[in-house]
Design a protein around this ligand. Structure first.
Ligand SMILES: Cc1cc2nc3c(=O)[nH]c(=O)nc-3n(C[C@H](O)[C@H](O)[C@H](O)COP(=O)(O)O)c2cc1C
Length: 312
């Protein structure tokens, strides 16, 4: 019975809001395009040239070179196999607080989803309203949650950020991050989280790409965003340390970057942190971890696209 209700509300029986999958299905994934508002002829494929950097408001970073010939509003289209998954209208933020010439931060204004049939869109909206009221979660009112769902119709890689001060450590997952437009790396963390404060204080972190098989552990570490630094003995993988900064590494680490903080800007509930990539290390071969929103998972199921969902 529960499964039938889920199918009606969410278009799928999957009972998780965000669903992990390994990167090896990359040939069957969505693409992201930048278009002039109302004009499809000028589309630029920005699949690996955009970053999702916050969700209240939804922030998307684009390369300055890609935005050069566009004025005013921009349209970002998410599509797969000639099907439109959704669109997000964004406006470049001309913010005196950040002067990062290689990227343009854009704020989402309106999202339109084509992922679910209309009745499911209405029912899931009602469900979310009740749920957020009940749990006191961070609410994403109005069109915001739709924008977030569309942004997660392009898989976001989950990495682990690791830092330490003397013999006290923290390790936490991030999916709002990446490198575009040059050699700098960007990560977005909730301003009120302890993890954000720790990065701002310590300024040196290791960012680890991890094997998809460690998805349960990576999710479990979400709580570490709200935790203090603590001894290595409280983590169950204290044997490996990063070469330059001496941060803790998970056994499932595939590769890692040593990042040094250059600058930060607060946008809504997030702080976007800009880093220099000081070093990079390949530890072994492996299939990195990413995740998508359930609505896109439902779309994939409906369109019979093979997906190796890793259910927690
Ligand atoms: C896979 C994963 C990725 C996350 N990525 C980020 C991130 O990029 N930035 C951030 O501020 N928080 C991130 N978080 C933390 C969550 O937003 C949230 O703060 C944390 O899971 C604690 O949840 P709670 O406040 O509901 O207890 C991530 C959590 C998980 C599980």
């Amino acid at each position: 019975m529960k499964k039938i209700i889920r199918k009606i509300i969410w278009g799928t029986t999957l009972n998780q809001e965000y669903i992990c999958l390994p990167c090896n299905i990359v040939a069957h994934l969505s693409s992201v395009f930048l278009a002039k508002d109302g004009d499809r002829t000028a589309d630029v494929n920005i699949s690996d040239k955009h970053l999702f950097l916050g969700y209240k408001p939804v922030m998307i970073a684009l390369r300055s070179v890609d935005v050069k010939n566009f004025n005013g509003g921009l349209l970002i289209r998410f599509s797969q196999n000639n099907c439109l998954l959704g669109t997000i209208n964004v406006l470049p933020v001309r913010n005196a607080e950040y002067n990062w010439p290689e990227i343009i931060l854009c704020q989402a204004i309106q999202g339109k989803s084509h992922l679910l049939p209309f009745p499911s869109i209405i029912l899931s909206r009602l469900y979310d309203r009740l749920r957020y009221k009940k749990q006191g979660n961070i609410s994403l009112p109005g069109n915001l949650y739709t924008q977030v769902k569309i942004a997660y119709s392009y898989p976001r890689k989950i990495c682990l950020a690791s830092l330490h001060e003397n013999d006290l450590y923290n390790v936490f997952p991030t999916d709002l991050h990446g490198k575009i437009g040059g050699s700098k790396y960007y990560i977005s963390l909730r301003t009120k989280g302890k993890a954000c404060r720790q990065v701002l204080n310590l300024k040196q972190i290791s960012l680890c790409e991890i094997e998809a098989s460690s998805y349960r552990q990576a999710y479990g570490m979400g709580q570490n965003h709200m935790k203090n630094l603590r001894p290595a003995s409280e983590f169950d993988y204290q044997s490996q340390y990063s070469s330059r900064y001496g941060n803790l590494l998970l056994p499932s680490v595939i590769s890692y970057l040593e990042l040094s903080l250059l600058d930060s800007v607060q946008v809504g509930i997030h702080t976007i942190l800009k880093f220099d990539v000081v070093d990079s290390f390949q530890v072994k071969k492996g299939e990195p971890l990413m995740h998508i929103h359930r609505d896109y998972a439902a779309w994939r199921e409906k369109n019979n696209i093979e997906s190796k969902f890793l259910l927690r």
